[in-house]
Design a protein around this ligand. Structure first.
Ligand code: PLP
Length: 484
């Protein structure tokens, strides 16, 4: 195959930029952007883990009358790099432990840049056969990594929420809009999806999770029995492979067996925890993930991709297309042939950029082995955090043990309101950012340790500061030491 065809159809000169920047200026500015990004990555550990500005200050610095004529791009880049983009959570900071960090990798960033620079489109085969091929390859790689059966299909979307929405559309097209079972630990975006899709509250059974925050098979069996007895139509059970709160995994094999017996769709939300299945240790938690009818992963979480990219895998070949296919007359001349895929027919997005470029680029650059080692490091760090907390029994109680990168804990003999207060105070020092959350009404602190750059010293430093209710603005001038 020809790698790159440059044909000369005419000798006319076309400027490089549609709106008037000269090629040399484009190069200069582009190189400057690369330097800004790499400089930031080199120094990220001495940044604040999160920085929030006031709306008045940010508007004063960034706002301006709508510019009629050109403004200086160097000045705009400086404002972006020094003000706008400084004020956010640094999800790739080694001590960003809140919610779910976003420790993206540089090869993935390169893929994202190149894809944007080439204005990739992955809607139809005729309009983007290269990007569509990348997406097919990446989906196939993810299928293999998750142990899904051959022939399963999928698509990349903006994130876990959209990926579950896509899966629910397929489930509804196969099983109808019957009763859905989930737990009080299911991510709130999934319940929102169901409601937005027209499921009534009466058809969404939120089962109380067991004492380990997992789906209780006893409660599920009882609920299904009651709904069957009442003659209701049933459609789906939603399991979570790594809850956001505590990293717990529902009993996947048992739910899969139940769904098989009862002829129900089994959806697994692995947006957070799914990638851990590529490691030996993670697989012990996630065995059964391969039995879902639909599985969601969020590569912008634990597969080290910049925002945004989520993925849904569907076990039944053709089910996505049967659900989303649309071929209006004005798209007839860009219809896919045999062996080709029009990704516009696999979700609600028509015009869509290629999110596969970054995944393809990073999986090739690092190889799965490095992903595996990086994920293992995150799993071990949460275990280290648990051990450290247990070594201070006078101050800390471990509420949920380390499970695929998450540990929840609470202060002993202290007003639970202290959790949120201490998390906030620590964020304000800039040293680290942790979350407080609530488990069945009990307030806890929580660390999510999935950044491969995080060291054991970072964990100890963070827990120590939470313990001392540290409010001093940190002088984070020390380079992180790797714990291995
Ligand atoms: N499911 C789980 C378990 C999550 O942790 C999250 C986000 O943190 C989501 C779904 C939603 O994913 P997204 O924010 O990518 O839409």
């Amino acid at each position: 195959m020809t790698r790159c065809k440059i044909k000369s159809h005419n000798e006319r000169y076309y400027p490089a930029d549609t709106l008037g920047l000269e090629a040399e200026e484009m190069r200069r500015l582009g190189h400057k952007v690369v330097d800004l990004v790499v400089d930031r990555l080199v120094h990220r550990h001495v940044e604040d883990a999160v920085l929030t500005g006031s709306s008045a200050d940010l508007m004063a610095a960034l706002g301006a009358p709508l510019p009629d004529g050109p403004m200086d791009p160097d000045e705009s880049l400086a404002l972006l790099a020094e003000v706008a983009l400084q004020h956010q959570q640094r999800g790739d900071h080694p001590r960003y432990f809140a919610r779910v960090p976003g420790p993206s990798s540089f090869a993935a960033i390169l893929g994202e840049w190149l894809g944007t620079g080439f204005n990739t489109i992955a809607a139809s085969w005729a309009g983007g056969s290269g990007p569509a091929t990348l997406e097919l390859i990446v989906i196939e790689w993810l299928r293999q990594l998750m142990g899904f059966p051959e022939g399963s299909e999928g698509i990349l979307v903006s994130g876990g929420s959209h990926a579950s929405l896509t899966a629910f559309s397929v489930a509804r097209s196969v099983c109808g809009k019957g009763v859905v079972y989930l737990t009080d630990q299911t991510h709130s975006s999934l319940v929102r999806n169901l409601k937005e899709m027209g499921w009534s509250e009466q058809h969404i059974r939120v089962l109380e999770s067991d004492e380990n925050y997992k789906m209780s098979m006893e409660r599920l069996t009882r609920a299904i029995g009651e709904d069957r007895a009442a003659g209701r139509r049933l459609s789906m059970v939603i399991g979570t492979a790594g809850t956001t709160n505590a990293g717990t995994v529902d009993p996947l094999h048992e739910i899969a067996d139940m769904c098989h017996r009862e002829d129900l769709w089994f959806h697994i939300d692995g947006a957070y925890g799914g990638p851990a299945a590529i490691t030996q240790k993670g697989r012990q938690y996630l065995s059964g993930i391969e039995r879902a009818d639909s599985l969601v992963l969020d590569p912008h979480k634990w597969l080290f991709q910049p925002y945004d990219v989520g993925c849904v895998l569907v076990r039944r070949p053709g089910a996505l297309e049967r659900c989303f296919n649309m071929n209006p007359e004005y798209l007839k001349d860009v219809e896919a042939g045999a062996g080709e895929v029009d990704f516009r027919n696999r979700s609600l997005e028509l015009t869509r950029r290629s999110r596969a470029v970054k995944l393809w680029m990073s999986l090739r650059t690092y190889g799965v082995g490095r992903f595996r080692a990086a994920i293992d490091h995150g799993i071990k760090l949460a275990e280290f955090a648990e051990t450290h907390l247990r070594s201070r029994p006078a101050t800390w109680e471990v509420v949920t043990p380390a499970q695929i990168g998450v540990v929840c804990f609470s202060l002993k003999n202290t007003n639970p309101r202290q959790h949120a207060a201490r998390a906030k105070a620590l964020s304000e020092t800039g040293y680290a950012c942790v979350s407080s959350t609530s488990l069945k009404g009990r307030s806890v602190l929580r660390l999510c340790t999935i950044n491969p750059l995080t060291t054991e010293d970072d964990i100890v430093g963070t827990i120590d500061r939470l313990e001392k209710a540290c409010t001093e603005k940190s002088s984070r001038a020390t380079a992180p030491r790797r714990s291995e």
